[in-house]
Design a protein around this ligand. Structure first.
Ligand code: UDP
Ligand code: UDP
Ligand code: UDP
Length: 465
């Protein structure tokens, strides 16, 4: 953790941080904000109202109550409009925030002290650029995915309209300077230029010529190839410097002791498999039954976090509507099932955790990397398969490509059980994960490379004040 030196010292930069939508985007911005405060910066947090999920508004409120020196600019976004390629509420919110950007400008122009910079989300980079230009402010982007997936996004304009280079019929996609990317790792919507997922990437990558720097939640040891590709490859045109500031360390959550943490306190060291698919992914009921049966048959203890719906506001079913009473009874001495928000960073820091079955949202990956926890990667959407490839390449995780994307096929209990047993038994994986944890701590803790890069950015901003 970075030590707090207090904030608001005169002549320190005043930085607006602007995550767009979704916990996976909010979390790294709040972590960065907390680090900026520890370096004496003034921080304004910009958020869109209403948030898509309850967990976003809860995390924002908690952060503001524990960091009272942060100013909050909340702006009302226009209602989201339907799109013919997706009904994903988070993606529709990216668009709604973009369309509402003119409402933000007046809220930023008379902040006191005046802003020195805006650090914004990639998915609204282009629209924020217009505001930054109007206010005469430097813009930085914080990337919320891996450097490897971001490399693919950055290179997309060079290949998307050329089927010889980029097609779902190829076995792999060649990007000079990178290990070829298996087509099965590329999210299917990326092959369709009109899909919202893809059009957002294309629009925002074009804005990159003008931004001052790209902050990446990764570290050199973890993704050397992608970082070197992004910093050196000429085909990207005049690309701004890529600045690895990860793994972004979590800020303290505090609060009461939760039941699942008390339960973990009573389990032997490294004995528990932690299963979670992040904040916005719910697997089908049939898939939950197979996963439950796999956990039941496996000899390992487990902590399983269940989500019934993509958006928590809609998640009204009780735990027993989703997993059977007999399953809960049978496994009660060995397992714990939780429905609702958990403090994942505290779970992963707990000595009882021995393995993590994860969808490989990038925050979950960086948290596992900091804690040296072996991962069974079960990517389901978007950037997650490429992130899973990063995990495997770093040597602290395993996955099964034949499981496919979300809903492509039902993954059977014996397949899952086999992989869980492998995850928990593989000593080589465990010792490699410890090495990843050491490197992650070296980069992310006080005095590490992440802090140095952030201090350099702050220094640059000071010179221009
Ligand atoms: N998270 C949490 N509790 C939950 C669900 C998620 O603390 O019940 C945190 C998790 O630790 C991570 C973030 O929310 O920091 C989720 O981001 P990630 O990129 O892993 O996945 P996403 O939710 O965006 O798919
Ligand atoms: N992304 C993007 N355009 C989109 C959607 C996503 O560039 O339209 C990128 C974005 O940087 C994001 C990553 O792909 O971090 C994964 O998307 P998602 O919103 O699912 O992020 P997560 O919540 O899983 O971190
Ligand atoms: N997506 C993503 N991360 C997620 C959920 C979805 O990157 O956590 C991507 C995924 O590639 C999907 C696209 O966003 O194709 C749009 O979501 P949609 O609602 O169409 O997919 P669904 O949820 O129906 O699978």
């Amino acid at each position: 953790m970075f030590s707090s030196k207090g904030s608001g010292t005169p002549n320190q930069p005043h930085i607006a941080v602007f995550p767009c939508a979704g916990i996976g985007h909010l979390t790294p911005f709040l972590r960065l904000a907390s680090i900026l405060l520890s370096q004496n910066c003034e921080v304004t947090l910009i958020t869109a109202k209403p948030t898509v999920s309850l967990s976003e508004s809860m995390n924002i409120s908690f952060f503001l109550s524990t960091h009272p020196e942060v100013k909050h600019v909340e702006f009302q976004v226009l209602p989201s409009e339907p799109h013919n390629s997706t009904d994903d509420p988070f993606f529709l919110q990216f668009e709604a925030v973009r369309r509402s950007m003119h409402l933000l400008l007046p809220l930023l122009s008379d902040l006191s002290p005046p802003l020195s910079a805006i650090f914004s989300d990639f998915v609204v980079a282009s629209a924020v650029h217009q505001i930054a230009a109007d206010l005469g402010l430097p813009q930085y982007i914080l990337i919320t995915t891996s450097a490897t997936f971001f490399s693919l996004m950055a290179y997309l304009p060079n290949m998307i309209y050329d089927p010889a280079k980029f097609s779902s019929l190829l076995a792999e996609v060649e990007i000079p300077g990178l290990t070829p990317v298996p087509v099965s790792s590329i999210p299917p919507p990326m092959f369709t230029p009109n899909h919202l997922f893809t059009s957002i990437i294309l629009t925002n990558i074009r804005a990159f010529q003008e931004v001052k720097g790209i902050l990446m939640n990764t570290f050199h040891w973890f993704e050397p190839e992608a970082l070197s590709f992004l910093n050196n490859y000429k085909a990207l045109g005049s690309f701004p410097p890529v600045l690895p500031v990860g793994p972004l360390v979590p800020y303290e959550l505090g609060g009461e002791q939760s039941q699942y943490l008390e339960w973990l306190d009573n389990q032997p060291t490294e004995s528990v498999v932690y299963v979670s698919f992040g904040s916005r992914t719910s697997i089908s009921k049939e898939q939950m039954i197979e996963l439950g049966d796999a956990l039941d048959r496996s000899e390992y203890r487990f902590l399983w976090v269940i989500k019934g719906r993509k958006v928590d506001y809609d998640d009204k079913e009780s735990l027993e509507d989703l997993v059977s009473h007999s399953f809960l009874e049978r496994t009660k001495n060995r397992g714990m099932v939780v429905k609702g928000w958990v403090k994942q960073q505290e779970i992963l820091a707990h000595p009882a955790i021995g393995g993590f079955v994860s969808h490989c949202g990038w925050n979950s990956v960086t948290e596992a990397a900091q804690r040296g926890i072996p991962v069974l990667a079960w990517p389901l959407h978007g950037d997650q398969r490429v992130n899973a490839d990063v995990v495997e390449k770093a040597g602290f995780g395993t996955s099964e490509r034949s499981w496919g994307w979300m809903g492509q096929r039902l993954v059977k209990q014996d397949e899952i059980q086999r992989k869980i047993d492998e995850l928990m038994r593989d000593e080589k994986l465990r010792s490699r994960a410890k090495k990843v944890g050491e490197e992650g701590k070296k980069a992310g803790n006080t005095g590490g490379s992440s802090e140095k890069v952030i201090m350099e950015v702050i220094e640059l901003l000071k010179q221009n004040m």
